[in-house]
Design a protein around this ligand. Structure first.
Ligand SMILES: C[S@@+](CC[C@H](N)C(=O)[O-])C[C@H]1O[C@@H](n2cnc3c(N)ncnc32)[C@H](O)[C@@H]1O
Length: 285
């Protein structure tokens, strides 16, 4: 895994458990589809836990798909990576027993939320389970929650784009899109965790060196960058552990739903419900 991917996963791996928990009752051979999979870390985690499932991970970007295939190959995990637009899935109706996504489905910039919800619902078989985590507020991810306010303190007014406009949808609206697409038992909740970085440099490379913030930090001159680093280190002092690591708080919206209709009558196949889903201690009701 590249250093950049590694540092991204320090944050995103925090939601593996809550997103995968609702799949625990799927029978052997069930088909699970991950939407906007990136390098497929969530699918790989599922494959490690449940080698008896058929897992397909889709994304638009060839590069991340290749990285995912390589990672699966290294571990001998059976995850099929396919290039596909989540707004136009090349999959038949009712062909998935589970649909999962981590900061992909309902992430601003990926696809219109109503279209994405309809596609996810279309490929789910009756009784199938959807489980996802997404950012629904820029302040909830330490990446944007720390980096953006800091840039605003350094750069003149107007030089930092108002990315907040992309996060206009209230959490409840995400759930409404799923209900409108015909899904049932739609439930959303907040999930909180801490992303751990072994030292300041690992955080700095992630928080300033990748994604949309890399371009903004890249525009700072030498002195501004030195100031940014100093301010960042002061801002993060509160999250520093005694061994010099940093544990930053993160919060995401975790949403589960079920396709209308009976669960397939196979051993172990129970419809998903909050009663049979193991709830994490990190759930915020
Ligand atoms: C934040 S990354 C997702 C991280 C990834 N899900 C993970 O868990 O590691 C967003 C991903 O959405 C993908 N994407 C954006 N628009 C898409 C679309 N319309 N269909 C499929 N994938 C899309 C991007 O290529 C990118 O890999």
């Amino acid at each position: 895994m590249s250093g950049a991917t590694d540092n991204t996963m320090r944050l995103l791996d925090g939601v593996i458990d809550p997103v995968l928990a609702p799949l625990h009752a799927l029978p052997a051979g069930a088909h699970v589809v991950q939407l906007a999979c990136g390098t497929g870390g969530l699918s790989l985690a599922l494959a490690r836990r449940r080698g008896d499932l058929r897992i397909t991970a889709v994304d638009l970007d060839h590069e991340v798909l290749d990285a995912g295939r390589a990672a699966a190959g290294r571990e001998g995990l059976a995850v099929g990576f396919r290039r596909m637009d989540l707004a136009r899935l090349e999959m038949g109706d009712g062909t998935a027993d589970g649909v999962i996504s981590r900061m992909g489905l309902f992430l601003p910039g990926t696809a219109p939320f109503d279209v994405a919800a309809r596609e996810a619902a279309r490929i789910l078989r009756p009784g199938g389970v959807l489980s996802l985590a997404t950012w629904s507020d820029l302040a909830d991810s330490p990446y944007t929650g720390v980096g953006l306010p800091l840039l605003r303190r350094i750069l003149p007014e107007g030089r930092v784009p108002r990315l907040e406009a992309m996060f206009r949808a209230r959490p409840e609206e995400l759930e409404e899109h799923l209900r409108a697409a015909g899904l049932q038992h739609v439930e959303g909740r907040w999930y909180e965790w801490r992303a751990e970085y072994p030292d300041f440099d690992a955080w700095w490379r992630f928080g300033t060196g990748i994604g949309p913030l890399a371009a903004l930090f890249g525009r700072l001159d030498h002195d501004e960058l030195a100031r940014a680093r100093q301010m960042m280190s002061e801002d993060l002092e509160q999250y520093r552990t005694t061994d010099g690591a940093y544990r930053l708080p993160a919060r995401a919206r975790v949403v589960t739903a079920q396709a209308a209709g009976p669960a397939r009558n196979r051993p172990g196949a129970r419809p998903y419900s909050r009663r049979n889903a193991p709830l994490s201690a990190n759930s915020v009701e």
